[in-house]
Ligand binder design. Structure first.
Ligand SMILES: *[C@@H]1O[C@H](CO)[C@@H](O)[C@H](O)[C@H]1NC(C)=O
Ligand SMILES: *[C@@H]1O[C@H](CO)[C@@H](O)[C@H](O)[C@H]1NC(C)=O
Ligand SMILES: *[C@@H]1O[C@H](CO)[C@@H](O)[C@H](O)[C@H]1NC(C)=O
Length: 494
């Protein structure tokens, strides 16, 4: 209903405008028709606007720091965009299909890829964190291959596409999974069949290799900037309006949980704030604990500050360093450092094993005695490494709830989703794909809703609905945008 009336009014509007000059009001979802290209038209009215994150927990003298997306930049010209990935030191030239690519730029040879957009030819992913941004944008069906071991994929719908539909091919040799030459051979063979595909490569990928587009979201300083890389994927499909909107709404919800924690803890003395001990155990190496010299050193340092909690950081003079530079603590050190913490986070899958093995020391921890130990299996065994990055607002809600500083009056109250109490919580099965017939439905995270403490809020006041897959406040859909913009365009050319 809503889309229909929008289209009608858009048509009325543009037929008026078309009489004078061609104006593109939304990025095109299709190619410019034969002979229709015009110089001097801005074909990309929707442009990536990086988030300017200003953490509300910072003291006033630091709050003006410009926390933005450092490593991704998109410059817009009338009919092409230049995407710069500063981590891999690569640029990508994307030009509106139907236009001729700018010859000077192409001939300069400085661009790793020259691509007509909206991209056709499929996407191949190499790391699971590349999945959620595509799902949030409703682009799941653009994925045609997973390069690597599919056992780590936690997205139910991507698994469905791999296992049931066969629409996503797995490029991987189960007999020889760690042989990078073998994987390269298989990748080359895949590319010979799909020469137009784009392969997203992570921080260790060879960003100079054929058809690779580097993704380095994990190298950003903040959770907000990490998420902002959704715009890289969006730019390939002219979906910047949608990605800007998703990034903005996600950040607003994230700021809400921080504001709540701040407001709820305003009476708590600095020394009485909840204390988190963050430690993992690696057989043969010993304990690895949080390093938080600054609040933005790692994502978990940021979450602790976000929720007004203290996180214990390894003192410089404690532990031993391995040959790769990682620090490990022995049992005595870990006990000394963490025993009085209120909350113990064990970010791995093996609490039960380690607890069996080390009961004598672990039972001396206050957090263990009080049964306030959490691991990261609340969303299933592998989802933490994949989906969490796309739901940092939900993780923010979780962290603040874990330390007891989330809105007690929110209705419905927040249910901790990503963290799991190891004594009382269960590890969910991998979910099922609810919409196999409609794989391009946008993924809408559950548990993102945050009501400000000042207001006794319900889900109507923003965010999505707790416990449901759809939401009345979900952003505009990809299909909706596509329909509107193609109709606009057809009208213009008429
Ligand atoms: C980045 O790449 C360009 C060529 O594309 C090169 O000239 C420049 O030296 C590189 N910069 C760094 C820091 O590697
Ligand atoms: C990266 O890929 C380029 C282009 O295929 C190749 O020339 C180079 O040797 C590769 N580098 C590594 C380290 O494999
Ligand atoms: C790990 O800690 C134990 C004691 O807690 C110690 O005996 C062992 O040598 C340590 N291992 C390493 C690799 O440091």
């Amino acid at each position: 209903m809503k889309i229909f009336s929008f289209v009608v009014s858009a048509c009325t509007l543009t037929s008026l405008v078309a009489a004078q000059a061609t104006v593109i009001t939304q990025n095109l979802q299709s190619c410019i028709g034969d002979g229709q290209f015009q110089l001097g038209i801005d074909y990309f009215p929707n442009k990536f606007t990086p988030r300017k994150y200003s953490p509300i927990f910072l003291p006033e003298n630091q709050a003006t720091l410009d926390m933005t997306t450092d490593l991704l930049e998109i410059e817009y010209f009338d009919y092409y965009k230049i995407v710069t990935n500063k981590y891999h030191n690569k640029t990508y030239l994307l030009y509106q299909c139907g236009a001729t690519p700018p010859m000077e730029e192409v001939l300069s040879g400085r661009h790793q890829l020259v691509l007509p957009i909206p991209h056709k030819g499929g996407l191949a992913i190499t790391e699971t964190p590349q999945i959620p941004p595509l799902e949030l944008l409703g682009l799941r069906q653009e994925i045609i291959a997973y390069i690597g071991d599919p056992q780590y994929v936690s997205s139910p719908c991507l698994n469905y596409a791999i296992d049931e539909l066969g629409s996503v091919e797995v490029v991987f040799d189960p007999e020889d999974p760690w042989n990078s030459e073998r994987t390269q051979e298989l990748t080359d063979e895949f590319l010979s069949r799909h020469p137009e595909a784009i392969i997203f490569g992570g921080i260790f990928a060879n960003a100079s290799a054929d058809r690779i587009m580097g993704v380095a979201e994990t190298q950003e300083r903040t959770n907000v900037a990490t998420f902002d890389w959704i715009s890289l994927y969006a730019a390939l499909f002219n979906l910047e309006e949608l990605s800007n909107e998703i990034a903005k709404e996600t950040e607003e919800r994230y700021q809400c949980s921080s504001a709540n924690a701040r407001s709820l803890s305003s009476d708590i003395e600095e020394d009485d704030r909840p204390v988190i001990f963050w430690a993992d155990f690696f057989e043969g190496y010993n304990w690895s604990v949080a390093e938080c010299p600054t609040w933005d050193h790692t994502y978990y340092c940021e979450y602790a500050s976000h929720c007004g909690a203290h996180i214990i950081s390894r003192p410089e003079d404690m532990g031993t360093q391995d040959e790769y530079g990682y620090w490990y603590l022995n049992d005595d050190e870990v006990l000394k450092l963490g025993k009085d913490a209120d909350i113990f986070v064990f970010p791995s899958l093996f609490w039960d094993t380690v607890y069996e093995q080390k009961r004598d020391i672990l039972d001396q921890f206050k957090a263990v005695q009080n049964k306030r130990v959490y691991d990261t299996q609340g969303g299933g065994p592998n989802a933490w490494y994949e989906q969490r990055l796309a739901e940092y607002d939900v993780v923010g809600n979780d962290f603040c709830a874990m330390v007891g500083l989330s809105n007690p009056n929110q209705d419905p109250p927040h249910t901790i989703k990503w963290l799991r109490n190891v004594f009382t919580g269960t590890v969910p099965e991998e979910g099922t794909c609810n919409v196999p017939e409609n794989l391009d439905d946008q993924y809408v995270p559950v548990g993102a809703f945050c009501a400000p403490v000042e207001q006794l809020g319900g889900p109507d006041e923003g965010g999505d609905t707790e416990g449901s897959e759809t939401s009345s406040s979900a952003p505009a859909t990809h299909a909706g945008l596509a329909l509107v913009s193609s109709i606009l365009y057809v009208t213009l050319l008429w």
